[in-house]
Write a protein that binds this ligand. Structure first.
Ligand code: GTR
Length: 431
């Protein structure tokens, strides 16, 4: 009798404690501070040194960087932020050319559409790559690979571009996707890109993994043999998008008109975060462009300016690992920061771009990441930004590491493309 009273009292207090803990966690979740846009309120911080190994060894040669410190930092980014590299059966990747148009973009380009199957012979998951290749070149074309947000048909008015068909698991399955033709065309300077002698490939990012927290069921995750929902470092959705884009590069490698040794991975916003991780982890990419990637991309987490780690994890729980959720209120304990994500790209060229009105993405934090990646490029004898203060608007700076902040808001504009094409010419293709 007495024992059961004690037991029920214990159960009651255990229930009370868990209720209190649960409501505390709930309260904490609700207590995400409003974003800070005041430079004077940026906390003091010390960045992890990319050139000091975890055992304290100073990294002062390319060999030490490549053999020791780079692998360490890469592992940290996997375990803390983006998740482990997927183990998938690459023999099930297959490509099918679904369309070729010989005179696209006013006759300047060949348009190809290639379906990349991730689990052949199963029809899904797959991505539909839209590729424009300049005509009349006497060499394979260097290329940009840049995923899109709403489907290939949104990137252009060209009616030859097949409208993306949402499968039944897609978020936008009920939308009239044909009606979206051309809605994002201002972000895709296709003619300019073709005129400068570059190919461009794009696909809808949610064909790789739908962009919502679905318990990692509806995209490519079920194909990853090492995916463990209970692991703190499971492959996140950004990790999955990056993996899918590497498969798109596998496909580009099979197209003779494309110079696959000169493919630049580019992305805007959440896809800028993805481009950085994709380029950092897949060294086949010859260059990387981060357009307004912000928190979890180029912006330093420790500045806690604009969008912060606690907020991004609350809004987009699937983007990063479970482990990354632990750092919301203690970013100073992160063993990495975003300058090291850029450093992982060295010695390959990288472009970090910001927009003046895009304070949510912390333009200054994006600049400071690029700046603090310089010591690693310097090990290779490579230059960097050439300035120590964020430049004036519309004033691109740098060699190998480039940066600009343009006027305007969170977007990809012709101005941005102009700079990316110069970067591609001068840094990637080396014309
Ligand atoms: C925002 C998010 C940003 C950025 C952006 C986008 O809502 O807070 O980190 O990724 O979305 O991808 O457009």
């Amino acid at each position: 009798m007495r024992r059961s009273v004690v037991l029920s009292q214990w159960l009651l207090s255990a229930a009370t404690i868990s209720l209190v803990l649960a409501s505390h966690a709930f309260a904490q979740q609700q207590q995400i501070a409003p974003p800070n846009y005041d430079e004077s309120k940026v906390p003091a911080y010390e960045l992890p040194d990319p050139l000091v190994a975890q055992d304290g060894q100073v990294i002062d040669t390319v060999e030490l960087w490549t053999q020791k410190r780079r692998p360490e930092i890469l592992e940290l980014f996997k375990h803390e932020m983006f998740g482990v590299a997927p183990e998938a059966d690459l023999s099930k990747i297959a490509f099918e050319e679904t369309k070729t148009v010989d005179n696209a973009l006013g006759g300047k380009a060949i348009q190809k559409e290639v379906r990349v199957y991730f689990d052949a012979p199963n029809p899904t998951p797959c991505i539909d790559l839209l590729i424009f290749i300049p005509k009349g070149l006497d060499h394979p074309a260097p290329a940009f690979l840049m995923p899109n947000f709403q489907g290939n048909q949104t990137t252009t008015d060209e009616t030859s571009v097949t409208a993306y068909e949402a499968n039944d698991k897609a978020r936008n399955k009920d939308k009239d996707l044909e009606s979206l033709r051309g809605v994002a065309k201002s972000r895709w300077a296709f003619e300019k890109i073709i005129d400068r002698g570059y190919a461009i490939a794009t696909c809808h990012y949610e064909q790789i993994d739908p962009d919502y927290d679905d318990g990692f069921k509806n995209g490519v995750h079920p194909l990853f043999k090492n995916f463990d929902i209970n692991a703190s470092d499971y492959t996140s959705t950004i990790g999955a998008w990056a993996w899918g884009l590497s498969r798109a590069l596998d496909c580009l490698e099979t197209i003779p008109e494309i110079d696959a040794k000169h493919v630049i991975i580019a992305g805007h916003s959440r896809l800028g975060k993805t481009a950085l991780w994709c380029g950092a982890s897949d060294e086949r990419f010859a260059g990387v462009i981060s357009n307004d990637s912000g928190c979890g991309g180029a912006a330093l987490s420790r500045r806690e300016f604009g969008e912060r780690v606690d907020r991004i994890n609350a809004s987009f729980p699937h983007w990063f690992t479970k482990k990354f959720h632990e750092y919301g209120d203690k970013v100073n304990e992160l063993p990495i920061d975003e300058h090291e994500l850029i450093a992982l790209i060295a010695p390959r060229p990288v472009y970090v771009a910001s927009a003046q009105e895009d304070q949510w993405a912390d333009p200054k934090g994006e600049f400071l990441s690029a700046l603090n990646a310089e010591p690693v490029y310097a090990l290779f004898g490579l230059p960097g930004l050439g300035v120590t203060e964020q430049p004036e608007v519309n004033t691109p700076v740098g060699k190998t590491i480039r940066y600009h902040v343009r006027t305007g808001g969170h977007d990809v504009t012709d101005y941005d493309w102009e700079q990316y094409l110069n970067f591609a010419d001068e840094e990637v293709v080396g014309k």
